[in-house]
Design a protein around this ligand. Structure first.
Ligand SMILES: *Cc1c(COP(=O)(O)O)cnc(C)c1O
Length: 390
């Protein structure tokens, strides 16, 4: 790994991601401390949150499984050391090659999102003569208190199978010789901070299980998805999410049947706080009404503000404490007005060359980066470098 001296900062190539692997390890320990006391709990890390190989290796080594939403993610998960049996595969639009790959690698289970997909899995499984284990992603029609772009569990969302069709699709799967029905899957949204949302999911899961019992059906696996949020406003106050409250909500809320396994798919909660995006100030522009801080990172490195209206905490690393505070619009260099990180944000007096840190950028930062405007993809540095910042 390249070593950077952030104090003598001209050596640092910005923008770049900084990953605190020690915080990642503490976060993984906190997850395991809450989940491993339940022999039937299985946590799968959602690869799409951060697929950096060094990050994935740490997570695999901690014993988590993987939640994949593409064939590419299945490949990187296997490469990072996640056991195939601990991989679950979701997504509304699985391509034939991705289904084939998942079958050949013998992943744990598919989370199937439509009858049409079930039929294609059955055809491909039959042609390969490999058994397919399928759970059904049920749309629980539970509204979650989060941004409209990241709620996924309401009736009008594109994800999953309608609750009314649940029994029909299970019976269909059971009629297919090479398909094994393995359970139910849910995922109601992302950046959820209210345990009430997860409690509402538990209530719905219990209702659906009662329907299964009446029909003489059994779901060996209940997968409640991911979505646990993090504190974007105060990352230092809450570096590790409240996993105890999260797992307790399911422990109390779910009425499980004998032998049932419970699966979780946490993404953001595992990796968001361990990552920051480091950027350098190119210009401080004094407009008529406003001061603009123009930085060398854009939505190409961190798209959440442009995409979801998200606000990441910003720190100026170059200014000592006690300097006067001004408000700035912090913007990137991309030729789109949405390339804005914050408006009227309070920062100490900022100058060209200062280093700024966008916090909580470990999830959906690097994985959503792009080369728009022919920009190069940024480098990634880990823990030792971050310690030099203190
Ligand atoms: C994205 C996703 C997750 C992870 O969501 P987070 O909000 O990052 O926890 C889990 N399951 C599925 C099916 C997903 O699509």
């Amino acid at each position: 790994m390249e070593k950077v001296q952030l104090r003598n900062s001209s050596a640092v190539k910005t923008p770049c991601y900084l990953y605190d692997l020690e915080l990642l390890d503490s976060t993984l320990q906190a997850i395991n401390a809450e989940s491993t006391s339940h022999a039937n709990y299985h946590v799968h890390y959602a690869i799409k949150a951060n697929a950096n190989p060094r990050v994935l290796q740490r997570i695999a080594a901690a014993g988590l499984g993987a939640d994949c939403v593409s064939g590419g993610e299945i490949e990187v998960a296997l490469k990072a050391g996640f056991p195939a049996k601990e991989i679950v595969f979701a997504g509304v639009g699985k391509a034939d090659w991705e289904i084939r790959l998942a079958l050949e690698k013998e992943i744990g289970m598919f989370n199937v999102e439509s009858v049409e997909e079930l039929q294609v899995i059955n055809e491909i499984a039959t042609s390969l003569n490999i058994r397919a284990r399928v759970s059904f992603r049920i749309n629980p029609d539970v509204g979650a208190h989060t941004h409209a772009h990241i709620t996924t569990g309401r009736a009008e969302d594109k994800f999953g199978i309608d609750m009314e069709d649940m029994v029909k699709v299970i019976r269909m799967a059971e009629s297919m010789p090479l398909v094994d029905f393995t359970g139910l899957h849910f995922h109601i949204g992302s950046q959820l901070l209210e345990m009430d949302d997860f409690q509402a999911l538990c209530v719905r899961v219990n209702e659906l299980q009662a329907v299964l019992v009446r029909e003489g059906l059994f779901a060996p696996n209940i997968n409640v998805g991911g979505g646990l949020g993090i504190d974007y406003d105060a990352p230092d106050a809450h570096p590790i999410p409240d996993f105890q409250a999260y797992f307790d909500t399911f422990r109390r809320g779910l009425q499980l049947r004998e032998g049932q396994q419970v699966h979780f798919e946490l993404g953001r909660a595992v990796v968001a706080q361990m990552g920051s995006l480091l950027t350098r100030v190119l210009y401080v522009k004094h407009g008529k009404q406003k001061r603009f801080v123009i930085v060398d990172a854009g939505f190409t490195e961190l798209i959440r503000p442009a995409f979801y209206g998200a606000l990441h905490a910003i720190q100026n690393l170059s200014v000592p404490a006690g300097k006067p505070i001004y408000t700035y619009d912090v913007v990137g260099p991309i030729c789109e007005s949405s390339d804005t990180f914050a408006r009227d944000y309070a920062l100490p007096e900022t100058r060209r060359g200062d280093l700024l840190l966008f916090r909580s950028a470990g999830a959906y930062g690097e994985t959503m980066s792009s080369q728009y405007n022919c920009r190069p993809l940024p480098a990634t540095y880990t823990t030792d470098d971050i310690q030099n910042l203190a």
